[in-house]
Design a protein around this ligand. Structure first.
Ligand SMILES: [Zn+2]
Length: 415
């Protein structure tokens, strides 16, 4: 797995630790979502076809819908600074669906309290939909659909409203390398779609379903999405993973290192289809086995960071392991003082790209410590390198998903 994939999964774990909670979304964890439909305003998803086809024409009656196309609302950016949009031509609609303006070239928007300042002049209401011809760009990247801008307490949110299948292909392109077997890419596409649909039913925020970052699934617009990823989405179009009729929580990770972790051991909550499985198919992952040589200085930094003033007798030890061999707790001791902490806290402090999984040991070595381990990521659900290994041995994407999410079925998405 390329570095960025491992980083993605690691960063997700970081988020989980940050929030101190778990909700099994996509490639990892995220804060709980508001109760489905609880007092949220549902805004009609705008139509990219309209943007692509008729934006040059007469004023549209507002953001239309396209029958049969699902849209996922993806948070691309949020901040106090201005947002600059580019396209040959743009159209902007207010929340009432009325055309605000047609703008060539560049459009700069900023927040003034709960209102949107439009090109440094007009002050609009809190929501604006923008479509571009031939395509809208934000920070140089293709948005992949229409953009909804929302002003909130002096900050702007930029939310891409993207056709679901466009989103699926784009996310798969950031989760797996193009050299992976088509059946592995297909399995990943179904996992990504299942996750997105779960989020659409239970959005992260009133104004968006998912974050375009590692908080949910990485979406960086629609640039650089190779044909293999488009095919993976197209060939699995509409397919999702269900458990007893409900959308499954299709979490995944880079490399399990031989055996996946159970949700119960990783996050303290049993999920019937997220129990530990032998993998044995991810042996060709560059992260099957890894080593990290931790210097004495880094050890001292960690000791201080984790609450133990480091002396010459600074020690690290793993205290307790799950049945798959992953560390449960880590003890740090020096000068007669010691502290035991959850292993994920240690991993976070050490750095996810250094201590790549919790399946590790740590021993004193010349100049510091040697940390050696297996796998990359939290280890729960589908092992991405394992999925590729299974695909290479002739398994279909359905068989791969059934293997890593036992008891689930792959079915067509119901409307
Ligand atoms: Zn594996």
């Amino acid at each position: 797995m390329p570095q960025r994939d491992g980083m993605t999964i690691s960063s997700l774990l970081l988020l989980m630790l940050f929030l101190g909670m778990v909700s099994f979304c996509g490639c990892a964890e995220a804060p709980p979502r508001p109760a489905e439909g609880a007092g949220r305003k549902v805004l009609a998803p705008p139509s990219p076809a309209e943007a692509a086809g008729t934006a040059r024409g007469a004023a549209a009656p507002g953001p239309p819908r396209i029958a049969g196309t699902r849209f996922v609302r993806v948070l691309l950016a949020e901040g106090a600074g201005p947002i600059v949009l580019r396209a040959e031509e743009m159209r902007a609609w207010g929340p009432d669906g009325r055309l605000v303006a047609e703008i060539p070239g560049t459009l700069t928007l900023s927040a003034v309290g709960g209102r949107i300042r439009f090109d440094g002049t007009r002050l609009l209401r809190d929501t604006l939909d923008v479509a571009g011809v031939p395509e809208l760009r934000l920070s140089g990247g293709r948005v992949g659909g229409r953009l909804r801008i929302v002003a909130r307490r002096g900050r702007l949110l930029a939310v891409a409203v993207v056709p679901l299948e466009t989103y699926v292909a784009a996310v798969v392109s950031r989760e797996m390398p193009p050299r992976f077997h088509p059946e592995a890419l297909a399995a990943q596409a179904v996992a990504v779609r299942t996750y997105a649909l779960g989020a659409m039913r239970n959005p992260r925020d009133t104004d968006y379903d998912v974050a375009g970052s590692v908080e949910d699934q990485v979406f960086e617009g629609t640039d650089n999405v190779a044909p293999v990823f488009l095919r993976a989405a197209e060939e699995t179009r509409g397919l999702v993973v269900r458990y007893r009729g409900e959308l499954a929580r299709t979490v995944y990770h880079s490399t399990c290192g031989g055996r996946t972790e159970s949700a119960a051991d990783a996050w303290g909550k049993d999920v019937p289809y997220l129990r530990s499985k032998d993998c044995g198919a991810c042996g060709d992952s560059p992260f099957s086995r890894w080593e990290y040589r931790m210097s004495a200085a880094e050890g001292r930094r960690l000791g201080r960071l984790l609450g133990i003033p480091p002396g010459k007798d600074l020690r690290f030890s793993v205290e307790g392991r799950t049945p798959t061999g992953r560390a449960k707790r880590v003890r740090i001791a020096s000068g007669g003082v010691s502290r035991e902490m959850p292993a994920p806290e240690f991993r976070k402090a050490a750095g996810y790209a250094r201590v790549r999984s919790l399946k590790f040991g740590i021993v004193p070595a010349a100049g510091g410590w040697l940390v050696s381990g297996e796998g990359y990521g939290h280890g729960v659900g589908m092992c991405q390198f394992g999925a590729n290994g299974l695909a290479k041995s002739g398994r279909s994407f359905r068989e791969i998903l059934a293997y890593y999410y036992p008891g689930t079925t792959v079915e067509g998405e119901s409307p």
